[in-house]
Design a protein around this ligand. Structure first.
Ligand code: ZN
Ligand code: ZN
Length: 424
């Protein structure tokens, strides 16, 4: 049997209302705060992700899908094309490509779409997964960090997800980072043999990433590791304090989390994550990335952003029993019986649609009984029954599903009669 590739899934009709609700709600919240939508291609040059993430990052090394013409070997041909693994680097690429530094600053953008990573298959990890993201480019100010976190809080609140916790940390700037890295390396090098093999490689190339290792042995070492916010330069410290004060003003609860670093190297200063429950994977995360635009060859540009995985959000909505409305539930259900009625039912269906009515129908070979059952399940108030006799006489039966009462009316008069019933 043919199946979806490992780590991917179909979104079946019954789940679509969740997806539509989340996408629409996120979109409306972002628009209401003045964010504009940007849609970047699924395909990007590999260098877009290499520049910001650095060679060591797992994503660039092991998790990107390469795309190449099927008649060429991967070695031949043009510059490497990959499926985008995340949304921030493409937005940064677009900021420079379209000269957005000349737009009114900051530029506030949001995106929504699938991202691709070669993940080890496990619960909640997908090789194609949907992300919604916000980016604010052009300003480096703690006020903007707090604004972003405030908007993120609204995103979830508008979906009915409340009592979330923000974990927050600062990972410094180019001024304090070298000293920070030195301290961290000195600490972990002293117990190098206790680190997991992967952290041992991080020690040489990206030591801050040791902080988010989940291995038991590393965890114990991390418990007593240097606290990064103690090593911030005065400017970063001031920046972080201001951000926290703004969050206090907004009544947004947060926990300082000294283990929090971000999965991508280009983050600076304030980084954050949103969790629904301690011990569960985060709903989303983000942070400041003041170096990225410059790394891409643009002018020095402050920027901060956030991304959330839709699968995780929907999982959380289901866990919290948050209900979503199916779109356009049918108001009436159309049933036909017999060949001559079959022919008429199609034109009747379109005529009713043109009247602005949502019509459910089966148009199959099911019995009257089973079609009525379907209508009942859809909770439609009225069913139209078009039988042989009615079709010959140009009439149709209206059945009131609540009372069970039936009346025969002329098809010509049907729109008027239905309009009256629905405005009652
Ligand atoms: Zn600093
Ligand atoms: Zn480790």
């Amino acid at each position: 049997m043919l199946q979806t590739p490992r780590g991917t899934y179909d979104i079946l009709p019954e789940d679509q209302p969740y997806w539509e609700t989340v996408k629409e709600s996120f979109k409306q919240t972002a628009l209401s705060f003045g964010f504009q939508q940007i849609t970047t291609p699924l395909l990007e040059y590999r260098s877009v992700f290499e520049k910001g993430a650095g060679e060591i990052t797992e994503i660039v090394n092991k998790q990107m899908y390469r795309v190449y013409r099927s008649d060429l070997s991967p070695e031949e041909g043009e510059e490497e094309i990959v499926l985008r693994p995340e949304g921030t680097a493409p937005v940064a690429r677009a900021y420079i490509q379209y000269g957005m530094q000349t737009w009114l600053q900051p530029v506030k953008l949001f995106y929504l779409g699938p991202m691709f990573r070669y993940e080890k298959p496990q619960h909640g990890r997908f090789r194609q997964h949907y992300q919604f993201g916000l980016e604010i480019l052009g300003v480096s100010d703690p006020l903007v960090d707090a604004l972003l976190i405030g908007v993120v809080n609204e995103l979830y609140r508008n979906l009915g997800l409340q009592q979330l916790t923000f974990k927050i940390n600062s990972i410094g700037c180019p001024t304090c980072r070298p000293k920070m890295v030195n301290e961290v390396v000195r600490y972990f090098r002293a117990s190098r043999e206790l680190l997991c093999p992967f952290c041992q490689t991080k020690l040489a190339k990206n030591p801050l990433r040791i902080y988010d290792c989940k291995e038991e042995g590393c965890q114990q070492l991390i418990n007593n590791a240097p606290v990064l916010i103690d090593l911030l330069c005065p400017a970063c410290k001031d920046d972080f304090t201001q951000t926290l004060e703004y969050l206090d003003d907004l009544n947004i609860p947060y926990d300082l989390d000294f283990r929090l670093v971000r999965g991508l190297d280009y983050y600076t200063k304030t980084v954050f994550e949103v969790i629904a429950q301690e011990g569960e994977p985060s709903l989303g995360g983000g942070g400041r990335y003041d170096q990225l635009i410059e790394l891409f060859g643009g002018p020095p540009t402050g920027a901060t952003g956030f991304a959330t995985g839709l699968e995780r959000v929907i999982e959380e909505m289901k866990a919290k029993h948050i209900e979503v409305k199916p779109p356009n539930p049918p108001q009436i259900f159309l049933i036909y019986l017999g060949e001559s009625a079959k022919k008429k039912s199609l034109s009747l269906l379109f005529a009713l649609r043109h009247e602005g009515l949502q019509v459910g129908f089966a148009l199959g070979k099911e019995s009257l009984r089973s079609q009525l059952k379907t209508a009942d399940k859809l909770k439609v108030p009225f069913v139209l029954i078009l039988g042989q006799k009615e079709s010959k006489e140009g009439t149709v039966i209206i059945r009131d599903m609540n009372s069970g009462a039936q009346e025969t009316v002329e098809i010509k008069k049907l729109p008027g009669i239905l309009r009256k019933k629905f405005t009652k």
